[in-house]
Design a protein around this ligand. Structure first.
Ligand code: NDP
Length: 513
């Protein structure tokens, strides 16, 4: 692995915990492994000047930024440097009341009665402004979340804009969505989102809700509030009527108060299975609509006839994209025994070329872990993998000395019973298991309480169809991984939740048909 510079431009001294680190040369650079690359990328930092950070951010309530009623604030930090970025208002119960009341008024008086074609224009405007300000969004997302700029720039922001464009197109065609003759909005949507794709998850929640005629109260994650607040500015810039979108920043208690609020008609949640279950308990018997997009432990299944180079790229993308902070991450590699050694060898070689470091460097492949608690969780689960007898490997890798970092890690010799094969790690950690027959692959892939996603790598179309029919996963990719499109429904079942986001199916959650 090529060492990146940390976000302040200094080489750090944390090391990969497996002792596999290469010795550092006199100027701090890593010695190259034999046969490795003998050249180095020059730093290519994206300027952060495009982002203007305010020292303090208020809640976005009824079209305006206002302080929280209790004047409470919390800090949001850059996980790559631990540098505080801004103070953000912490919404309490009184603020949830205000936001839900604003959303109700906007629903009854403005957004609900508005002609659908007019609503569509606002969604188009939001999409266009998102595109115009895309570099600002990408830099801000990488600062607040720690993800590499090439991902926020090429994935998060374009997909967020695409969701608004796609749903703008639906706004005046809802009766043709196949959901009934005259579908009606549900009312006020309370939406709680996680920190792994802050802007994109906001777009996944807001765009279909607004297109269907609902108004929204959005609660971003505590560690990544900034792009949701910038999106609120975009709503202002697009002239969205006050109260149609409200953003309440805060911690878990804010989310809990929002989902429990009697004025909320529909709850949409993305996050951990544990909190999803709590929300389901809270909502039981209330008659509120609910969709849950929760955790995953996806199998990425590689057969002996798969094109190995492509499969290795798919494995890397499946688990190391966004530092593995992906609910549909291909965190379990199931590889056919006869090619397991060859695939793992190639994978190790490929991991040696990944660059970990400054998220704002355009060459960076692996950015920072989003928070200290998440780093602790990943470290604890990885330690359990070793303790339970799996073999741990990371490429030679030096981690920056400040911020939250974890090297890409591969475990071989993993048994089905190991925690690293069963629990969602939500980090750059791959567990490799093997299988001999397609039937065994099915059994092992389905041996999880989750059911969000899976991948298949094979040369045979018939095998793809055979396996896809047997995998209990909401999304199955074949000879690719982590592909997203606003027209394609996404969601899971079992402990991965229920309901779909995206496509015609995603609209159903926001309509009474
Ligand atoms: P959570 O599920 O706790 O957080 C998701 C969102 O829900 C955040 O906005 C959070 O607020 C909010 N929230 C927390 N508690 C409640 C509650 N009782 N009622 C309503 N909303 C609530 O995930 P974490 O960020 O704590 O991550 C914990 C673990 O969950 C991770 O290690 C990972 O394994 C998994 N996870 C999975 C995700 C997925 O998409 N599959 C996404 C995120 C996490 P706040 O941020 O302020 O706590």
């Amino acid at each position: 692995m090529q060492a990146g510079k940390d976000a302040r431009g200094a080489d750090g001294d944390q090391t990969a915990p497996d002792g596999a680190n290469a010795p550092a040369g006199p100027s701090g650079e890593l010695a190259r492994p034999a046969g490795g690359i003998d050249w180095e990328y020059a730093p290519a930092p994206e300027s952060r000047d495009i982002v203007t950070l305010a020292p303090e951010y208020g809640l976005f309530l009824n079209g305006e930024f206002v302080p929280a009623a209790g004047r409470e604030l919390f800090a949001t930090v850059n996980p790559a440097t631990e540098e505080p970025l801004a103070q953000v208002a912490e919404a309490g119960a009184a603020d949830v009341d205000r936001a839900v009341a604003a959303a109700r008024t906007a629903y009854e008086q403005v957004w609900g009665p508005m002609a659908p074609a007019e609503r569509a224009k606002y969604l188009y405007r939001i999409a266009r402004v998102l595109q115009e300000r895309s570099r600002e969004f990408a830099v801000l997302e990488s600062l607040d979340n720690g993800k590499p700029i090439k991902e926020s720039r090429d994935v998060d922001v374009p997909l967020a804009a695409a969701h608004f464009f796609y749903h703008a197109g639906w706004a005046d065609k809802l009766e043709y969505a196949g959901l009934g003759p005259s579908p009606r909005p549900v009312g006020v949507a309370g939406q709680v989102i996680p920190w792994n794709f802050p802007l994109l998850m906001a777009a996944w929640k807001l765009a279909p809700a607004l297109a269907a005629g609902n108004t929204c109260v959005l609660k971003p994650a505590e560690t990544t509030p900034l792009t949701a607040l910038l999106l609120a500015q975009v709503c202002q810039e697009a002239g969205l009527p006050p109260g149609v979108v409200n953003v309440l920043t805060g911690a878990g208690e804010t989310g809990a108060a929002l989902v429990a609020h009697p004025g909320v008609d529909k709850v949409a949640f993305t996050g951990s299975t544990e909190v999803g279950k709590q929300i389901q308990r809270t909502l039981a018997g209330t008659g509120k609509r609910l969709t849950l997009e929760l955790g995953g432990k996806a199998a990425n299944v590689v057969f002996d006839d798969a094109p190995v180079e492509a499969a290795v790229e798919g494995i890397v993308n499946g688990i190391f994209f966004n530092q593995g902070h992906v609910c549909c991450a291909g965190s379990r590699l199931l590889v056919q025994e006869s090619v397991a050694d060859a695939v793992v060898d190639k994978l190790r070689g490929r991991l040696g070329t990944l660059r970990l470091g400054d998220p704002l460097d355009k060459n960076t492949d692996i950015g920072a872990i989003n928070s200290r608690p998440q780093l602790d969780k990943i470290s604890e689960l990885a330690a359990s993998g070793e303790a339970e007898g799996a073999e741990r490997w990371s490429p030679p890798c030096r981690l920056p000395d400040r911020g939250y970092w974890f090297p890409p890690t591969v475990f071989t010799g993993v048994a089905q019973s190991h925690r690293i094969a069963r629990e969602e790690i939500f980090g750059p950690v791959l567990s490799v298991l093997t299988f001999r027959t397609p039937e065994e692959a099915v059994t092992k892939a389905n041996n999880t309480p989750y059911g969000l996603s899976a991948g298949i790598w094979t040369d045979k179309g018939s095998r793809i169809l055979w396996l896809a029919q047997r995998l209990r996963a909401g999304v199955v990719w074949a000879n690719t991984y982590n592909r997203f499109d606003p027209a394609s429904p996404f969601g899971g079942y079992r402990e991965s939740g229920f309901g779909r986001e995206g496509g015609r199916h995603g609209l159903a959650a926001y309509l009474d048909a």
